[in-house]
Design a binder for this molecule. Structure first.
Ligand SMILES: Cc1cc2nc3c(=O)[nH]c(=O)nc-3n(C[C@H](O)[C@H](O)[C@H](O)COP(=O)(O)O)c2cc1C
Length: 375
């Protein structure tokens, strides 16, 4: 079972993670993890922060000669932007004489609930940790999970299906085809005509001082049958995937397979009939998204997630200054206009973690050699 804890503030010294439960003997390279991190930095519509951060990793423990040794893995990413924030983000710094608390909560952020919950007078205490900068570490953990899946022949990818209401119509489930088409795309999508419209929508939102959300889809290759279980609520694969994806900043909906559309159709248009082909049981469709009864059913796993628009926008929203009770406008701090492509990469990695965990639960194995032998 892979467990992990991330730490670090957005403009603090560094992000760190401790990962436990990765089987011994998994070969992984710095380059492999940094390639995944680079994918998270990309995508049309992202803000200036991505140019500052290089997201280079330092591996501090748990790996020798390029292979995991079962002990906890510690990884660090230094925030390059920290040097611009040392006066107020160095943990033991004195409060500067000219320091002013942030007291205007931004709707859509953790700001208001966070200061009320912890009794802070300074919203910065909340926003530094609630920021999606933390998702870099989910990608680091997910890289280990993706590597485990790769070793047993399972592929996983993701693509953007909707930006601000501009949608892909095709339902692609072939990961090789997705990867081929996505390579050329600035918004990590699979249809070049729709892509142009998505980019125009982002440009318009930017010009208007607004932000856009959208939808992303995670797709795997065929999966071993029986990951997860129907016998207990917290062992259901779909439930665990939904929780992991919903925990990503700005995700407001998660669907497996056909998702919400099931509510609009009769049963014969939803459930995937069994067929027999050359003595093999096959399915004619995959509306279930590869999961039935909380278990993988052997088909590709399909997960779709909805991301809300970025809450920090040039065009201000109404707010209240918590220090003075005056009605005012939100402040603007550098932000993405659209982070849906980056979010697809994060979703892919958290789904990979859940799948690797379900795989380890079913087949066990303290080492990769044992796991592969048991499969
Ligand atoms: C990859 C990614 C990048 C994000 N970038 C920003 C950003 O630049 N500015 C911002 O205000 N919110 C950004 N967000 C969204 C906020 O972090 C998120 O909406 C906020 O923490 C509140 O959490 P909630 O939306 O889950 O309730 C981003 C989210 C993701 C997944």
């Amino acid at each position: 079972m892979i467990r992990y804890l991330t730490a670090g503030e957005s403009h603090g010294k560094a992000l760190t993670v401790i990962i436990e439960g990765v089987p011994a003997g998994l070969e992984i390279s710095t380059e492999y993890i940094e390639t995944e991190l680079k994918r998270r930095k990309q995508g049309y519509g992202r803000g200036g922060r991505q140019q500052i951060e290089t997201d280079e990793i330092e591996i501090l423990s748990g790996i020798r000669f390029g292979k995991t040794i079962a002990s906890p893995i510690t990884i660090l990413i230094r925030n390059k932007d920290f040097e611009n924030w040392t006066k107020i983000m160095e943990p033991m710094a004195e409060v500067p004489d000219d320091y002013e608390n942030m007291t205007i909560p931004r709707p859509g952020h953790a700001d208001y609930a966070g200061v009320m919950k912890y009794g802070f007078e300074d919203i910065r205490n909340v926003l530094e940790r609630s920021s999606a900068r933390e998702t870099a570490m989910r990608v680091v953990v997910g890289s280990f999970a993706k590597k485990i899946l790769e070793e047993i022949g399972v592929g996983i990818t993701s693509y953007v299906t909707n930006i601000g209401g501009v949608k892909i119509v095709e339902d692609l489930q072939d990961i090789l085809e997705i990867n081929k088409r996505k390579k050329k795309s600035q918004v990590m999508t699979v249809d070049s005509t729709i892509e142009k419209k998505m980019i125009n929508a982002i440009d318009k939102a930017k010009a208007d001082g607004l932000a856009l959300g959208g939808e992303v889809r995670v797709v795997t290759s065929v999966m071993p049958i029986g990951l997860g279980s129907y016998v207990q609520w917290d062992r259901k694969l779909d439930a665990n995937i939904a929780k992991a994806v919903m925990s990503i900043q700005a995700i407001k909906g998660v669907a497996i397979g056909m998702g919400f559309e099931v509510a609009n159709k009769t049963g014969d248009k939803v459930h995937d009939p069994f067929l027999l082909e050359d003595n093999y049981i096959v399915r004619d469709s995959n509306n279930a998204g590869g999961i039935e009864g909380g278990m993988s059913n052997g088909e590709p796993i399909i997960v779709t997630a909805a991301m809300k628009p970025i809450p920090t926008m040039k065009k201000p929203l109404a707010s209240v200054n918590l220090a003075t009770d005056e009605i005012t406008n939100t402040f603007y701090e550098r932000a993405d206009v659209c982070a849906v492509p980056a979010c697809s990469v994060v979703c892919e990695h958290v789904v990979a973690i859940e799948l690797a965990n379900a795989l380890l639960e079913k087949f066990g194995g303290d080492s990769m050699e044992e796991l592969i032998g048991l499969l």
